[in-house]
Design a protein around this ligand. Structure first.
Ligand SMILES: CC(C)(COP(=O)(O)OP(=O)(O)OC[C@H]1O[C@@H](n2cnc3c(N)ncnc32)[C@H](O)[C@@H]1OP(=O)(O)O)[C@@H](O)C(=O)NCCC(=O)NCCS
Length: 169
């Protein structure tokens, strides 16, 4: 299976996508295109066969990270600013028929790769994810994300960690 992601376009059929979480299916069907047009999220899809179908997708936006959301040992090394720059993976889903084949892991690396590349021009201290449920939080923790001390569904990964993951063969 070739792995690549591309920006969501009107040519993609969003109606047939099912990941097991209706709110993530609904987001792709009704809101993802609008969010992209309005400049509040970029949506990346892994195409299926035919290429008009969607195997997996995620959204990426810039965000602000409050100092209280960063574990003490990391926060102590940062300046005393009100907020730190971050990238948000807001939505993230793999089609039911494709789950358990390693696509989620590759999709996450793809998102981290895009953030690391963007951070050459716009600084980001960390990548933030909002896990939709406890299982999703486990998925992210398994891949190196740290829980927000105030909110176990929000997790983050310092960009230094993301850089290592992306550039480690
Ligand atoms: C969670 C999800 C993205 C995982 O995608 P996937 O393609 O099935 O995951 P992969 O096959 O790449 O699995 C990678 C690793 O994560 C683990 N994993 C997968 N789904 C998991 C879950 N729900 N909970 C905990 N671990 C999980 C796998 O066991 C695997 O670990 P291993 O390599 O040590 O065996 C997918 O199940 C999904 O889209 N679920 C519905 C929506 C959702 O929960 N989105 C998450 C974020 S909001």
């Amino acid at each position: 299976m070739r792995f690549a992601t591309t920006s969501l376009s009107p040519a993609h059929d969003r109606t047939g996508f099912r990941c097991g979480n209706p709110s993530l299916d609904d987001y792709l069907m009704r809101r993802a295109g609008q969010d992209a047009r309005r400049g509040v999220a970029q949506i990346f899809v892994m195409e299926g066969d035919p290429a008009s179908t969607v195997r997996a997708y995620y959204s990426l936006s810039m965000t602000g990270i409050e100092p209280q959301s960063i574990p003490d040992d990391l926060r102590d090394k940062l300046p005393r600013y009100d907020a730190f720059p971050g990238a948000l993976i807001g939505r993230f889903a793999v089609a039911l028929s494709e789950q358990g084949r390693g696509i989620g892991r590759l999709l996450l690396l793809d998102g981290l790769h895009r953030v690391v590349a963007a951070s050459v021009h716009v600084a980001a201290y960390a990548v933030v994810v909002d896990a939709i449920d406890d299982q999703a939080a486990i998925f992210y923790r398994r891949h190196g994300f740290l829980p927000d001390p105030r909110n176990s569904r929000r997790l983050f990964m310092p960009l230094a960690t993301a850089r290592k993951l992306v550039f480690t063969p």
